[in-house]
Design a protein around this ligand. Structure first.
Ligand SMILES: Cc1cc2nc3c(=O)[nH]c(=O)nc-3n(C[C@H](O)[C@H](O)[C@H](O)COP(=O)(O)O)c2cc1C
Length: 411
């Protein structure tokens, strides 16, 4: 199940004279392995930090470093590289290159390539924090943004020069998200999605709780891919080790009651709600304020039901005008159970998970779901949770057009 998100994409990477240039070697390697056609352009200063040979070995292509040599050897023209490319990324981008680009200078192969490019341009600055915070650099960055270039904010941290502040080259995970967003169809632009993810925890005492095996991976994959496709995403998450996708608003909760309250307060202005969280159906009737000692334990747990968030959302769906999507974690009679949940909770779409397999459902990196809507069932392939998320979103995009009210048949 290879990742093919960059497969066939023509990506030009411009590297400038920053100490962070070595980090981009790993990025070139990853993109090339994922099937992208990567061309690297380096400024003269960049070549002082990392040898072009490193990038030509990783990309499998000659690195362009000089405008005149490239023309003389008929290798490539100074205007050709950025034309017809899917995107152009400058990383790391020095204060010098940012200033040059902001003022339309074209005195080397990278600046001429950018000026002549007809594709989206992304810029990842990296520099000492005083250089970054200097009003001149900030003004130049604003000029580039106004020009339509995407500037990927640098991180806060300790620099190679030992100063602390903003200016460290953004992390690959964040840069990758920006690249994927530029390459994705923006078919969810203008939509507001509320996505819930992860488990809830119901405390027994200060040390113990009732929970379940949900990792949050599916909900986070949905949040990540929806954001890539242009949606405004609010993720309400129970405890999870997953990384919060950049550009996604996150509210962290612990109990089913907290999730109920956040969802109730946030559902009003959403166009789509996806309930991928595994919310606890029960909680202890009482929570001990001190840790229960082994000797004193009654060994009997009295439970009460938590409020059903999905049912509440289903009840208010018509007046609030959102599309409601649920998940059903089942171990037998999947289709019947899914269809019943769709009907009783008044959902528009349900993703039915077989949790009896180790490579689907809880904790696994992959998933295989059956989608059920008012028209019937669609079986999705066994694939990564990210690709499953994209396929679920494809269906949501179709449903956002006119809704269908046919009752599904159970084949
Ligand atoms: C050791 C060293 C590290 C440098 N790191 C950076 C940096 O991270 N960011 C930056 O903007 N300039 C940095 N510079 C300065 C640039 O290399 C210099 O401004 C150069 O002219 C940039 O040229 P270019 O934009 O054409 O690549 C560094 C210089 C040295 C000597």
């Amino acid at each position: 199940m290879g990742l093919s998100r960059f497969s066939g994409k023509r990506i030009v990477i411009g590297i400038t004279g920053s100490i962070a240039a070595f980090k981009v070697a790993g990025w070139v390697s990853t993109l090339t392995k994922e099937g992208a056609d990567v061309s690297v352009v380096m400024t003269e200063s960049a070549c002082r930090f990392v040898a072009p040979l490193t990038f030509s070995a990783l990309s499998g292509k000659a690195v362009v470093t000089d405008m005149f040599t490239a023309e003389e050897t008929h290798c490539i023209s100074h205007i050709e590289l950025g034309q017809g490319a899917d995107l152009l990324l400058i990383a790391p981008a020095t204060a010098n290159t940012i200033a040059k680009l902001a003022h339309g200078l074209a005195d080397d192969i990278l600046s001429t390539t950018v000026l002549a490019a007809d594709c989206p341009v992304l810029i990842a600055p990296a520099m000492n924090s005083r250089m970054y915070e200097n009003p001149l650099t900030q003004k130049n960055i604003t000029i580039l943004q106004e020009q339509g270039y995407t500037v990927i904010d640098p991180e806060y941290g300790t620099m190679a020069c030992k100063t602390e502040g903003p200016g460290r080259l953004a992390k690959w995970d964040d840069v990758q998200e920006e690249l994927l967003q530029v390459l994705s169809t923006q078919d969810l632009a203008g939509e507001k999605l509320l996505i819930t993810a992860g488990p809830t925890r119901e405390a027994l005492d200060p040390a113990r709780f009732l929970s379940n095996r949900s990792s949050g991976k599916m909900g986070y994959a949905l949040a990540r891919t929806a954001r890539r496709r242009g949606a405004e995403v609010h993720l309400v998450s129970g405890p999870s080790c997953e990384r919060v996708p950049s550009g996604v608003k996150i509210t962290r909760i612990e109990t089913a009651e907290e999730m109920y309250n956040v969802v109730t307060a946030s559902c009003h202005d959403c166009s789509v709600i996806i309930k991928a969280a595994a919310v606890s159906d029960f909680r202890p009737e009482t929570t001990a304020s001190e840790k229960v000692k082994k000797e004193n334990a009654e060994c009997v747990l009295r439970l009460e039901q938590t409020d059903d968030i999905l049912k509440m959302l289903g009840r208010h769906k018509e007046d609030k005008q959102y599309l409601l999507v649920g998940f059903a974690a089942e171990s037998c009679a999947l289709r019947e159970a899914g269809r019943k949940k769709l009907e009783t909770k008044n959902l528009d779409l349900i993703a039915i998970n077989d949790i009896s397999n180790s490579n689907t459902g809880f904790e696994s990196e992959t998933n295989q779901v059956i989608l059920c809507d008012r028209k019937g069932f669609t079986e999705l392939p066994l694939t990564s949770k990210e690709q499953t998320a994209d396929l679920i979103l494809d269906r949501i995009v179709q449903l956002l057009e006119p809704l269908s009210f046919e009752i599904p048949s159970c084949k």
